[in-house]
Design a protein around this ligand. Structure first.
Ligand code: NAP
Length: 423
């Protein structure tokens, strides 16, 4: 099933949450195998960019998984274009810190549960009858290790993923013997925009590409349940066995996800392009387009620019000092600042906590990601002054050594810094 559906035709994959992170990496994986993809998310611009990168012709589906109507329309569009899918991957999800005592977090609780749990139902529902009739298909739900035990400060997310795991099990048994398999995937940490702001260590973190390859293999095998990577599976099993008293003591002071950073809904009608797109949707409707061809943006490993939960790198740009969200030998991410403009080149000065020197150069603004209460901007280095690049490599190597959750050598750290991208 890796590259072909029935009778040697291309595999048909309907994928939600395709515009970013793991979904985007899954899209790349399946497109490279020649699959026909339905790529669904709310951000039309991000889907368009993805379609421009992918080989082959795919269906861009701008829809919100929390809307039954939009998901039904998206499914209908997929079936009309390609036929009944072989694989449906319900990957769309949101994660944000929540506290029950904060009334401000009610909306976040609702959005997280609606997206992460109900979003599975809306993705699968339109296809089940047809798959049952055909006697084959894979319904894949992306849950999380966070659903194994309730994590502090992540009540909504943990609950939504625990519910997702139970829901997927119910569905699996309901479809037993029909030829339709239900696959539950519980990833540990994956380097995506979702985890880029996590102010805590993330053991066994995988690149999105590596996670996507592993997940695709598990889907192909039709596994009923799997944790990715396997090391996290061991952790998950241990977590399950921990008595409450021990678990509570261990996790009471664990780092917490920041509250209030939920991306906003962004379902928009696409601008018409080359006459390939479907009609503009009515309000709340689904839009479609057939797109094509390649290109990768990030090439180098990037790192959360925090140490023990505190910012530890800053950029001085146009006289203002901004904490970095992430940093790599290729570029950095910051909260979008006044004057930020895509494609504009900014002179910068980078500083690192605890060291007196600085790195100077110029960087180009290349992307902007909305995170609800503002936006994060990505800048790629264009040039460095003097030995800036070598200095930055030293800083990053020291940062990796200091942040590693397992002992690693300086050689390993240097290799990680100059290694391939996680995203
Ligand atoms: N990263 C990790 O460490 C990790 C670990 C365990 C599980 N997971 C799970 O893996 C899945 C993918 O996460 P990720 O890390 O790749 O996060 P991400 O980079 O933030 O991507 C999330 C995706 O979901 C889409 N999405 C969110 N809400 C949506 C909605 N209402 N309707 C349609 N699409 C929606 C987003 O697209 P738009 O914003 O364009 O709609 C985006 O494409 C999630 O289910 C997440 O919980 C991630």
């Amino acid at each position: 099933m890796s590259s072909e559906g029935a009778s040697g035709r291309p595999l048909r994959v309907f994928l939600t949450g395709a515009s970013s992170g793991l979904g985007r990496a899954l899209a790349h994986h399946y497109a490279a195998t020649g699959a026909q993809l339905g790529l669904l998310a709310r951000r039309e611009d991000a889907l368009r960019a993805l379609c421009d990168e992918l080989p082959g012709e795919h269906l861009k589906l701008v829809a919100d998984v929390s809307s039954v109507e939009q998901m039904q329309q998206a499914a209908t569009a997929f079936i009309e274009r390609f036929g009944v899918p072989d694989v449906v991957i319900a990957n769309a999800g949101v994660s944000v810190g929540t506290l029950t005592e904060e009334a401000d977090d009610f909306a976040a609780f609702e959005t997280v549960v609606r997206t992460n749990l109900f979003g599975l139902v809306t993705a699968f529902h339109p296809f089940i009858a047809a798959m049952r009739e055909r006697g084959s298909g894979r319904l894949v739900g992306i849950a999380s290790v966070a659903g194994i035990r309730g994590l502090p400060g992540a009540g909504a997310y943990s609950a939504s993923k625990a519910a997702a795991i139970a829901y997927l099990e119910s569905l699996r048994v309901e479809l037993h013997g029909t030829g339709v398999r239900v696959v539950t995937i519980a990833p540990g940490y994956v380097a995506t925009p979702m985890t880029a702001i996590n102010p805590y260590p993330m053991p066994f973190i995988l690149s999105a590409n590596s996670a996507a390859h592993r997940i695709a293999r598990l889907i192909e095998q039709g596994r009923s349940y799997a944790v990715v990577p396997w090391q996290m599976g061991v952790v998950a099993k241990l977590l399950r066995l921990l008595p409450n008293g021990v678990f509570d003591r261990l996790f009471a002071k664990a780092g917490r996800k920041p509250r209030g950073l939920l991306p906003t809904a962004r379902t928009e009608a696409p601008a018409s392009k080359n006459g390939l797109e479907g009609p503009k949707p009515e309000s709340g409707g689904v839009s479609m387009a057939i797109e094509d061809v390649v290109v990768e943006r990030r090439r180098r490993q990037r790192f959360v620019a925090k140490r023990k939960g505190e910012f530890c790198f800053w950029a001085l740009i146009e006289g203002e000092r901004f904490p970095l969200q992430d940093l790599s030998i290729e570029g950095f991410g910051v909260q979008v600042f006044p004057g930020f403009e895509l494609d504009k080149v900014f002179p910068f000065v980078l500083r690192r906590a605890g060291v007196p020197d600085e790195v100077r150069g110029r960087a180009r603004a290349v992307n902007k990601v909305d995170v609800g209460v503002g936006a994060l901007g990505g800048l790629l280095f264009e040039s460095f002054e003097a030995d800036g690049r070598a200095r930055l490599e030293e800083w990053l190597t020291a940062h990796v050594l200091a942040s590693a959750t397992v002992p690693i050598s300086e050689k390993d750290a240097t290799a990680i810094v100059s290694g391939p991208s996680l995203i």
